[in-house]
Design a binder for this molecule. Structure first.
Ligand SMILES: [Zn+2]
Length: 450
């Protein structure tokens, strides 16, 4: 990636709200900045951020933070995130007098793909000294390459509404633009999935569902507390949505459909179908979608959870006991902050508990990884769970081994574990395991499970 480094700037903050109108600029600057920062980290791009909280930073301090992040060099790109005001609509990018407009145009192109209109990209000069940039983010940032992105107008109802509902998509657009600019392939790998909060969800249940931590969920979504609301869109950090994992590939000199198909372990026909190609002829620079050959992991919206209504006399521990789950699990599932319950309170009870026989599929699992973990085979897993293909769903319950049948053998005089094992077509070790025997000693009339 040519050694490029990125500094993400969240404009304004603290006592400086920035532009105010239908929404408050500083809040969305911060959300967008945090989002871009986290995303670039996922792609392994060296990245720093000027603020991660609602904090006032003076222009001098902001410049210091920017220049201290990776030094004052022209391989440092500064993305300063802002919202506009003043009675316009659409997105603008301002670039420095010392730079060209390539990055600005890329950003606006990507923003327009998300549905935001493009207003302009331009350089702005200081009226008192037209040899200098108007904005300090350009003027005082040395040799770096800064762009000031205005995603839209807070005092335009349409823009404000658009930003409020689509800020993640706008931030993702900037991520795509910067990755393109620095030559890092943007494929869906590492892309965050967006999850829409449903009734009954808690941060804990969502974190568990996607196998991420509550803290990383909070930081990816810039949440100050554990409150979420129904229909809120949450970024799931680091989640790989393999269901749409087409790879974008730009045709290089010398490429053929055959060479590309081999490289990506797919077929010429699959590439042609995906791209509506009628012939095998490619042109250099052409954009191709390549189907990613991975096991699909589909998000299961229905974790097995049932509701319990608290009754007089219930305590956390009696409920936990009744459902054979731990007090900690019960507290965590319900985001409880103390042990107090009230009558009529609805508690979520996980209805399926993992044990030796049952496993709940987590993000990143494959049949292969699960088979290895439980010392079984993919074929066994497929047979036990009636699976046709290799697809798994997060939250899916898998049977890992056959539930032992409850056959009982009653020991007779003259029996040994060895003779019983032979008679029952099993092994001594299996009998000992099933019956928790520490030795080979058995007694007459003892009941043995087999
Ligand atoms: Zn601003």
């Amino acid at each position: 990636m040519n050694g490029k480094k990125i500094v993400i700037d969240a404009g304004h903050g603290g006592s400086d709200p920035g532009a105010t109108g239908n929404i408050i600029e500083k809040e969305y600057n911060l959300k967008i900045a945090n989002y871009i920062y986290n995303r670039l980290k996922e792609f392994g791009v060296p990245v720093a951020i000027t603020r991660t909280t609602d904090e006032y930073i003076s222009p001098n301090d902001r410049v210091k933070r920017i220049l201290n992040a990776f030094g004052n060099n022209n391989d440092v790109i500064v993305l300063s995130n802002h919202l506009n005001a003043g009675g316009g609509t659409g997105a603008e990018v301002v670039y420095a007098l010392r730079n060209n407009d390539t990055l600005s145009k890329l950003i606006l192109e990507e923003l327009s793909k998300e549905g935001q209109s493009i207003r302009k990209w331009y350089q702005r000069r200081l009226p008192s000294d037209p040899s200098k940039d108007y904005y300090f983010i350009h003027r005082n940032t040395g040799r770096t390459e800064p762009v000031l992105i205005e995603y839209g107008f807070v005092d335009n109802a349409k823009d404000a509404n658009f930003i409020k509902n689509n800020w993640q998509d706008l931030a993702e657009a900037t991520v795509r633009a910067i990755l393109t600019y620095i030559g890092v392939p943007y494929d869906k790998v590492g892309e965050n999935s967006i999850y829409v909060v449903k009734s009954g969800d808690s941060l804990y249940s969502i974190a568990k569902k996607f196998n991420v931590s509550v803290d990383s969920l909070k930081s990816a979504n810039n949440l100050q507390n554990n409150l979420i609301r129904i229909n809120q869109k949450l970024v799931i950090p680091g989640f790989t949505d393999n269901t749409n994992s087409n790879i974008n590939y730009i045709v290089q000199r010398g490429d053929t459909l055959y060479s590309i198909a081999s490289k990506y372990n797919t077929t010429i026909n699959d590439i042609k179908t995906l791209n509506n190609l009628t012939s095998n002829i490619l042109s250099i620079g052409q954009n191709l979608k390549i189907p990613a050959k991975k096991e699909e992991i589909i998000i299961d919206e229905n974790m097995p959870i049932s509701n319990y209504t608290v009754k007089v006399g219930d305590t956390i521990s009696t409920i936990a006991d009744n459902y054979n789950i731990s007090v900690t699990d019960l507290i965590n599932y319900n985001n409880l902050t103390d042990y107090e319950l009230y009558v009529g309170q609805i508690l979520k009870i996980p209805t399926i508990k993992e044990n030796n026989n049952v496993y709940i599929v987590k993000r990143g699992d494959t049949l292969y990884s699960i088979a290895r973990q439980f010392n079984t085979t993919i074929d066994n897993l497929k047979r036990l769970n009636n699976l046709d293909g290799n697809n798994l769903q997060i939250g899916q319950t898998l049977i890992i081994e056959e539930v032992p049948t409850n056959n009982t053998y009653i020991v007779k005089r003259g029996d040994t574990l060895y003779s019983i094992a032979r008679e029952l077509n099993t092994t001594v070790n299996e009998l000992k395991r099933l019956n928790n025997l520490n030795s080979n000693i058995i007694s007459i009339n003892q009941e043995l499970k087999y």
